[in-house]
Ligand binder design. Sequence first.
Ligand code: DOR
Ligand code: ZN
Length: 438
Amino acid sequence: MTDVTTGGGPGAATPAYLIRGVRVLGAEPTDLLLAGGVVAEAGHGLAARGARVVDGDGLVALPGLVDLHTHLREPGREDAETVESGSRAAALGGYTAVCAMANTSPVADTAGVVEQVWRLGREAGLVDVQPIGAVTVGLAGERLAELGAMAESAARVRIFSDDGHCVADPRLMRRALEYVKAFDGVIAQHAEEPRLTEGAQMHEGEVSTRLGLTGWPAVAEEAIIARDVLLAEHVGSRLHVCHLSTAGSVEVLRHAKKRGVRVTAEVTPHHLLLTDERAASYDPVFKVNPPLRTAADVTALRAALVEGIIDIVATDHAPHALEDKECEWAYARPGMLGLETALSVLLDVLGERWDLIAERMSRTPARIAGLAEHGRNPAPGVPANLTLVDPAARRTIDPGEQASRSRNTPYAGLTLPGRIVATFLRGEPTVLDGKAVR
Ligand code: DOR
Ligand code: ZN
């Protein structure tokens, strides 16, 4: 598909790339010349002038995808994922930036740890890795972490989250919202009232009753979101809701947005495609937190994403080592891989609605995270962070072919539309011909 026919021009400061005949967000084919880290020119019949030529025939160019919710596992669980392996998985999935969650070991609750993750991301150089800082020390939910020090660090943290845990104490949540207001930060909440989910194994409903597994009721999520939008309104701060998963949560959010609360929300690809019926297999690959919900929830989430009540898609890419997943359901860790399959799942769910996909998977997440170089449609002068998709391709997901160090994809054996052919970070390819360049 991708045809690199000529070398970079002699003495060129940055090797230039000429993408021929690509459909930017599905529009009529055009050429894009990438040089000096930006889209230098767009138009028909551009001369190569020593640039390497990439055949864009049949491909769609999107702004590089931006993931607001990625677990990279480094430091601490490098057997499951590293910043580098996760960055490679991201690039192969069409991403140019990811926000790395704080539930590492040690927890990313100090300037030192967020700077370490940020530095590792720069060294890997495959996507921009923006660390998320913990809200509370050690994710313990008792004392606020050093939010200011993380914000002022080289990593310039703007999103804080105890993801994996809920900031359940309303007073702490209020103080966190107040604290980040000074630098326009955002608190990303994992909405789960812990007293309502003790011992929970899956969504509480007909299927959990049938299987005899302890349920995780929808109200445990909805009650926290309701509380938090009221707190955010009271304080005038920005709240982001992680992995929203129920129809009731959508209604709470709709109400809050109508009132002008500064709240945004994400949904994961797996909550848009899979239901709690999957738990009947007792295959822990389908164990995730929040759990897979009902078909009615899936329908409501899809509609809310199209409508814009849900702002973005975020993967919650959660790699786990074999021993943490290939065990009895009750002992398995919750979480699923997501980076390498997200765009295909969204194409399956939404069809080829390119502008909507770009909005929900790139432009809006970049805006929420404050990543000014990302989330911009490919056009002259814009940083050349973009991805090329072959919408006609179909692929059958093979866990063994994932670049992630882990194998816990819930889509194994499923045939999904779309394939990432190339990804460019500041004009340099991180993926060419469907393969990582390093
Ligand atoms: O399923 C999940 N896995 N949900 C979370 O909130 C945390 C994540 C993880 O870190 O594995
Ligand atoms: Zn979470």
